[in-house]
Ligand binder design. Structure first.
Ligand code: CA
Length: 296
């Protein structure tokens, strides 16, 4: 039997570019996505079933919706997904969003139930073309940040006063003062700097001790940090290089689910990483906190 800190592969859960892990408390299911495979998954740990929904375009992230079903950030913009019919219904195009040059990537809901999701350029250019968008419960959409290169992990401190944000090429976790009443963010500053040998910071999640977990792309693992001191606290190694997102799940929120990618690997690298693209789980000895649902 694996030791508590030894990640295990979740059977029959494979993706090209796995991402977006998030636990749905109401359904007791893990949602996750395959960006390249254009699919959203709903994994039931009780039965092992991993239901796949083809959403027809690249999908950047998924969050639960309080009234039922899911919210997606697709390549072209926000959408709803009905879990019974599989029907995808797009919302109006977000402001300043041009799907010819950027696509949606990572995102999460804030404690007040607004859905934040960012974008990344489809081709490399001299200037960061991404944005961080916010979809409010009333359906209004707001551009919260510009000049973003690759919008990735996002999360909130337990006191709901700080937003953490990762723009991957900066190799940092940045913090903002966050106003839960209005959704405004101010006073950006770097709180964690990731050394190059750890890989590139990708998806993230907060645990019950207010520490932040970061998936390390090309870093063979997930890392736990204290965002008040910038200190690296723990590393969980994985048998795959491209580790993309992590989220606490299971009814007690004691299991960390971790996604990975095989996209972009050479045949030689794939031979050395036969589990690339798999979903993993581990019990790291700390619990998570419930993810917030979209309130619109
Ligand atoms: Ca990501």
């Amino acid at each position: 039997m694996a030791s508590p800190c030894e990640p295990e592969q979740v059977p029959d859960c494979r993706a090209i570019l796995g991402e977006g892990a998030i636990w749905n408390r109401a359904l007791e299911r893990l949602h996750w996505i395959d960006i390249e495979g254009r699919r959203v998954f709903t994994y039931d740990p009780a039965t092992g079933e991993n239901r796949a929904y083809d959403v027809g375009q690249k999908v950047g992230t998924v969050v639960p919706r309080a009234r039922g079903g899911l919210m997606l950030a697709l390549h072209e913009g926000f959408a709803t997904l009905d879990l019974d019919s599989g029907r995808v219904a797009p919302l109006p195009r977000p402001p300043e969003h041009d799907p010819a040059i950027v696509r949606f990537n990572d995102g999460k809901c804030d404690p007040a139930g607004r859905f934040w999701a960012g974008t990344m350029a489809l081709v490399k250019g001299p200037k960061p073309l991404g944005r961080l968008h916010r979809l409010d419960a009333d359906g209004s959409m707001h551009v919260m940040l510009r000049d973003v290169a690759t919008s990735n992990g996002i999360g909130w401190s337990l006191d709901r006063r700080t937003l953490y944000f990762i723009d991957t090429p900066l190799r940092r976790v940045d913090a903002f003062n966050y106003d839960d009443a209005t959704g405004a963010i101010t006073s950006r500053r770097a709180v964690i700097t990731v050394p190059p040998d750890l890989g590139r910071p990708d998806g993230s999640t907060i645990d019950a001790e207010d520490m932040i977990w970061v998936a390390m792309f090309e870093g063979w693992g997930v890392t736990r940090w204290n965002p008040r001191t910038g200190e690296l606290l723990q590393t969980i190694r994985l048998p795959v290089a491209r580790v993309t997102s992590c989220a606490f799940g299971a009814p007690d929120l004691d299991t960390l689910y971790i996604t990975s990618a095989r996209a972009g690997l050479t045949d030689e690298q794939l031979a050395a990483q036969p589990l690339a693209g798999c979903l993993f789980k581990v019990r790291p000895g700390v619990r998570g906190v419930p993810a917030f649902a979209y309130q619109g």
